[in-house]
Design a protein around this ligand. Structure first.
Ligand code: AMP
Ligand code: MG
Length: 398
């Protein structure tokens, strides 16, 4: 059996990046810039403006009264000049009038007819946002390498970018296998269950930055599985199958991969998820995930998510890792590294992890309730109360 780290290294080896495509900025949230470095083409803000509603004044007038000679509004006509002993009424974001060097907030000015008196003496530069405060023309701005956030989109808009070059979403074909599976909503006959993996994995693909392409499900019939796999890899960057990778009499996915291409490995020392097949058909990587929904989703998290991100030019899984204390014994297989489904809460003593429920690989409820995976190394058969373990914080990231 391969270790988790070894398996991941092999999976990521030789993964290519997808091409770039141009998208409208408004559509770019969650997408990944081909080049995270942006050069400001102009000063932002482009002109000196007021940070407050108030009066643009000359600080050299000190505490003297001033006569109001006009107004400066955001988006309005150019304001009149401020000369000695005068003030211009100004709104937040409005251009500073020539001659003014300070803004007296409304709260600090006492208005009497057409003039104001100052409650405090204004100082030069107060409440003035100079041109280029955020960026100056020509400045290189390196955005964090990750899916574009709403704030990064705002920043790009402030820089005048209407379109951005992003990586094409990796196309990930999804194939469920199993005679017992039916589409959600169908009437179940005895012995049948709903296909939970296809919709769950499609969500996980989207969340990782990929584009899911759900193929028609295959029964446990090697010929149909072969047909479906052949069809699904057309135009796909990656294929993930689920079910049929174990050693049961009706597990055919592995054999079909071997027939159509090459099988690299198929067992990983991980819990949940020991049977996991990885190979290639032509140049399309194919991963056969275990059928149990928790195993499928956890192994997706550990192996497929980093692969999709690598295709986007992103390193790692993009998850936050924290240390968490456990106060209970949670059983695990000593031969495998376990990723236990836990609820993470903050306490006076840092993070605490509690089991989110049964740790069986078919039990979706605890996974749905969990907000982290607790990593317990190979060796022990149970967590040690009071000990700290690494926790991978889950959560939607696109
Ligand atoms: P397998 O890996 O095919 O041996 O399946 C292991 C377990 O996972 C069995 O209990 C299957 O019924 C279940 N299973 C497989 N595929 C799915 C799926 N798409 N949705 C829900 N359960 C599944
Ligand atoms: Mg099966």
């Amino acid at each position: 059996m391969l270790s988790v780290d070894e398996a991941l290294t092999r999976l990521l080896d030789g993964v290519g990046r997808t091409d770039g495509e141009t998208v409208a900025l408004a559509e770019a949230v969650g997408r990944v810039l081909v080049d995270p470095e942006v050069v400001a083409s102009a000063d932002v803000p482009p002109f000196a403006n007021s940070a407050m509603d108030g009066f643009a004044v000359r600080s050299t007038d000190g505490a003297a009264d001033r006569r109001i000679v006009g107004e400066s509004r955001a988006g309005g006509l150019p304001p009149p000049e401020v000369t000695d002993g005068t003030a211009v009424r100004i709104m937040t974001g409005a251009p500073m009038p020539p001659g003014a060097d300070s803004v007296m907030p409304v709260e600090d000015a006492v208005e009497a007819g057409e003039s104001i008196s100052a409650a405090t003496e204004p100082r030069a530069g107060t409440h003035v946002r100079p041109a280029g405060l955020d960026f100056v023309a020509g400045q290189r701005i390196r955005l964090e390498q990750g899916p574009l956030t709403p704030s990064a989109i705002g920043l790009l808009a402030a820089l005048g970018r209407g379109e951005v070059q992003v990586r094409r979403r990796p196309r990930v074909a999804i194939l469920s296998t199993g005679d017992e599976l039916r589409d959600v909503g169908a009437q179940l006959a005895p012995g049948q269950i709903y296909d939970a993996n296809a919709p769950a994995l499609a969500g996980a693909v989207r969340d990782a930055g990929g584009q899911p392409l759900v193929a028609a499900r295959a029964p446990d019939d090697p010929q149909v599985i072969e047909e479906r796999i052949r069809g699904a890899i057309e135009g796909a960057d990656l294929l993930i199958a689920s079910g049929g990778v174990s050693v049961g009499d009706h597990d055919h996915v592995r054999t079909v991969i071997e027939q159509l291409g090459t099988l690299d490995f198929w067992r990983i020392a991980v819990q949940p998820g020991k049977p996991l097949a990885f190979g290639r058909i032509g140049d399309v990587p194919i991963i056969g995930l275990p059928g149990n929904p928790v195993s499928a989703l956890v192994t997706f998290e550990l192996f497929v998510r980093p692969m999709i991100r690598a295709m986007l030019g992103l390193a790692g899984d993009g998850r936050l890792r924290v240390d968490a204390r456990v106060d209970e014994e949670i059983a695990k297989d000593p031969g495998r590294r376990a990723y236990l489904r836990v609820r993470l809460d903050s306490s006076d003593d840092g993070f605490r992890a509690r089991s989110a429920g049964g740790q069986g690989s078919s039990q979706l409820m605890p996974l749905a309730l969990a907000n982290a995976l607790l990593v317990v190394p190979e060796g022990p058969s149970v967590t040690q109360p009071g000990a700290r373990y690494e926790a991978i914080v889950l959560g939607s990231s696109s």
